[in-house]
Design a protein around this ligand. Structure first.
Ligand code: ADP
Length: 391
């Protein structure tokens, strides 16, 4: 099955074409465009390029297109990308203004350009659809809850992949199979011991997810991607009382407060140096206290959420690091694990130092909790889910 994974940003369109079968898949072409103003033009150009380069005989050869949609109003899961998906994205444009409009536009365009292909949307919130009401409900008036204000959780594709792969690496094929088929069959019971995992997706945007038997029990991210851990430029967790106080005291408008919290906060706001972890490391090593504070605040938040899920899961079998900082951040991983030996978490310093963006077990042999680094590959995750849904 030929599956095109479409990655749509507010001004970009990137794609990877996968050939998938039941044993896995491979990328057979990829490309992309920046500074996009018209999705119709670039999508048709991409299809022309694939044909001209001989990758496909004609556009009809593409069986399916997968979209990593972020947040839909009253809709989640891995679903056919039809008008209901477009309406759900439109309904939450105000919450995910950088993400929802490009996907709604992209789905519309692919429906025109590839009328025979099957279009599939995998919502980033999908992995959290079985979290308990108690864990996703904010204590706000009913009128707020009625308009969809609750915890959703994001990075669902990445964390679900971690659920599958960590189960395989823990020798739990039973749980791995449950995780793989989660969007087809829903959660399944496990005979024997549960498998309890905390997944740390640490990248430009970051979140921590607790996973029991392949199913998410919750996320550090809540209503919007503007929550949880300090993000690259986005604030993460913030007391709601701080916003009216800052607006009144600094004399700034709601739009300006939102701009500062989304563009000038997070690691950038804390460090005053950069939103990129590599720059922050360099500055901290050179003795910049603000950069050191940014690192420490990120680590504190990761530990906070890891501890919360560890407790709620009733123990831990695997602690997983993924995405840019998780895969490359030797010092961050060490700082997260420091002093956690009483909880059975023993990092092997040499294995940690030797691991760079490759899959690895970085705990000691004696560690009760496996500490794993698992590279993220969100396009492949998407292609797999689309293949599973359609086959
Ligand atoms: P996203 O896909 O969310 O944009 P990534 O998963 O690519 O993000 O992660 C980007 C982050 O990973 C950046 O903060 C970057 O500094 C960090 N990163 C990349 N390489 C390294 C490295 N060698 N050491 C530490 N952090 C790194």
């Amino acid at each position: 099955m030929l599956i095109l994974v479409a990655n749509l940003g507010s001004t970009s369109f990137k794609y990877r074409l996968f050939r998938m079968d039941e044993f896995g898949g491979e990328v057979i072409a990829k490309g992309g465009y920046e500074r996009v103003t018209d999705y119709a033009e670039v999508i048709d150009e991409a299809l022309d390029t694939l044909q001209r380069d001989g990758v496909i005989a004609n556009p009809e050869a593409i069986d399916a297109v997968g979209f990593k949609t972020v947040l839909g109003k009253n809709l989640s899961g891995c679903v056919m990308a039809d008008q209901a998906v477009i309406d759900a994205l439109d309904g939450f444009t105000a919450v995910a203004p950088a993400h929802n409009p490009p996907y709604a536009a992209g789905i519309r365009q692919f429906a025109k350009s590839l009328p025979k292909a099957r279009l599939v949307a995998l919502f980033e919130t999908a992995f959290y659809q079985w979290a308990t009401d108690a864990s996703v409900t904010y204590a706000v008036p009913a009128s707020w809850r009625d308009i969809g204000i609750r915890r959703y959780g994001f990075h669902g594709a990445s964390h679900k992949f971690i659920a599958e792969r960590s189960a395989e690496l823990c020798g739990r094929e039973d749980v791995a199979e449950i995780a793989r088929r989660l969007y087809l069959d829903g959660p399944q019971s496990v005979t024997g011991a549960p498998l309890r995992v905390v997944s740390c997706h640490l990248g430009g945007s970051s979140s921590v997810t607790g996973i029991r038997n392949g199913v998410a029990i919750g996320s550090s991210m809540g209503f919007s991607p503007q929550s949880g851990l300090p993000q690259n430029n986005r604030v993460g967790e913030l007391d709601s009382g701080a916003i009216p106080y800052a607006m009144r005291t600094l004399g700034i408008s709601l739009d300006e407060a939102e701009r500062q919290l989304t563009k000038e906060s997070g690691l950038l706001g804390l460090s005053g140096v950069s939103n990129d972890m590599r720059d922050i490391y360099v500055a901290a090593a050179a003795g910049n206290p603000a950069a050191q504070l940014a690192l420490d605040a990120l680590v504190h938040s990761i530990r906070h959420w890891t501890g919360a899920f560890h407790f709620e899961l009733g123990g831990l079998d695997a602690l997983v690091f993924t995405a840019g900082i998780g895969e490359n951040g030797v010092a961050i991983r060490a700082a997260v694990c420091r002093g956690l030996e009483p909880f059975g978490i023993h990092l092997d310093a040499a294995k940690n130092a030797a691991c760079g963006a490759t899959e690895a077990l970085i705990s000691t042999d004696a560690s009760a909790v496996k500490i794993l680094v698992i590279p993220a590959n969100e396009e492949l995750v998407l292609a797999r889910e689309v293949f599973r849904k359609l086959s």
